[in-house]
Design a protein around this ligand. Sequence first.
Ligand SMILES: [Zn+2]
Length: 156
Amino acid sequence: MKKRLHNPNIAKIHRNYTVEEVAILYGVFKGTVRAWIKSGLPTLNDKRPMLILGSDLVAFHQARRTKNKQKCKPGEIYCVRCRTPKNPAGDMADYRIITEKIGNLEAICPDCDKIMNRRVNISKLEQIRGKMTITLPQALQHIIESNHPSVNSDLK
Ligand SMILES: [Zn+2]
């Protein structure tokens, strides 16, 4: 399949789409849509069917069009709305488990108040943490803390 840029405005901003619908809309494989999600396309929930907001699709593809895509430094998460990496509001992020090794950092953009997402490998958490306070799910706290004693966690 030829690599091409997708017209960001093809999605209707007030609609939600399933992965299947996005694939049909953009004429790509479902696996491609999942790769977009992995690289930062926000979803409305982690349940099935996953729903993707049309306005997020538009923002995501507009962001990919801007060639000089900035890389996130430690402590930063990419905001697809603002199209730039940000230090999250309050430097706070929540870690959500996706697989045993992969998780998603969720934080709030300080400028547009939208959720920002960053896929992380748990072993790299320490490197990308910067000054973020990362809240870990309870199931992970003892594992992480024994390996990386300096990861902050909120014990509630
Ligand atoms: Zn933002």
